[in-house]
Each structure stands twice: as C-alpha cells, then as structure tokens.
Write a protein that binds this ligand. Sequence first.
Ligand code: CO
Length: 150
Amino acid sequence: MGEGTEDPGPVKVGSIDHVALAVPDLDSAISFFLENFSAEVSEAVTLAEQSVRIAFVRLANADIELMEPLSRDSPVGRFLDRNPEGGLHHICLATDDASSAHAASAARGLRPLNIPTPGYHGRPLFFLHPKSTLGTLVEIEESEQETEDA
Ligand code: CO
C-alpha cells in the first residue's frame, strides 16, 4: 500500500451547524416560520454560483437553512422536481478542520463531492454523496475559529 496507508481515523465532527430544507418559494417559507414559530429569520440572500436563494431560521442550537432554486436545472431544482413540496435536503455537521475531514472522508470511502470551498459563511465546506451516507446528503463545514492565525 505504501505511503498514505496511515488510517486518518473517523471524520471529526462536533455539533450540527444547520439542517437545510429545499423549498419551492423562499418568501412563503420565511413567512411560514415567522408566523408559526418564535424564531428569527435572516434576510434572503442570492448565491448565484450555487443557483439558490437562501435564508436562515435562527434557533438556539442550530439554524434551519431554507433554499429556493434559481433554476430547475440545478441540484436543488432537480431535488424539487422529485419533491415538489420541498423537504429535507441536507444536514450540516461542523468540523474544526475541513481539509482533515475531507481527507478522512475520502479515506473511509464516504465520497466527497467537492474539495473544501468557502461557502456562504466564508468557511470551507464540502458535501458527501448521499449514497455513502445513509441516503442523506451531508455537508461538512469548518466551524468558526476563535483565533485568526493568517
Ligand atoms: Co447547508
């Protein structure tokens, strides 16, 4: 096997950062949470490169990410084709070090879909193919660091 045979161990994760719901209409979804639950909801933001408009429902221990596709020919758009009323799209687990988590994921056959890339929060994140994670898309996002050493 040569170099690289050292087992990196399990993928190190801490808390749930957020769960994400795909929704057909973001403004309706925001209104739904504001009217029915005592939660704050962030402003809607467009992420053109991911072809989504998103907002975050802020809860005490984690957020709910609401995602509306900007086009039907996008990952979230295709998800809504299969689930027209929307539904659970992914869960996001926080890690201290996205690069290490990515390497450990790949070493364990968890099929990372991308290399760690800065997301909405500016912190590196990647996704794991749901076929390798019990049927649910998993996002791994680096948690906020206490100190900046760059
Ligand atoms: Co997410």
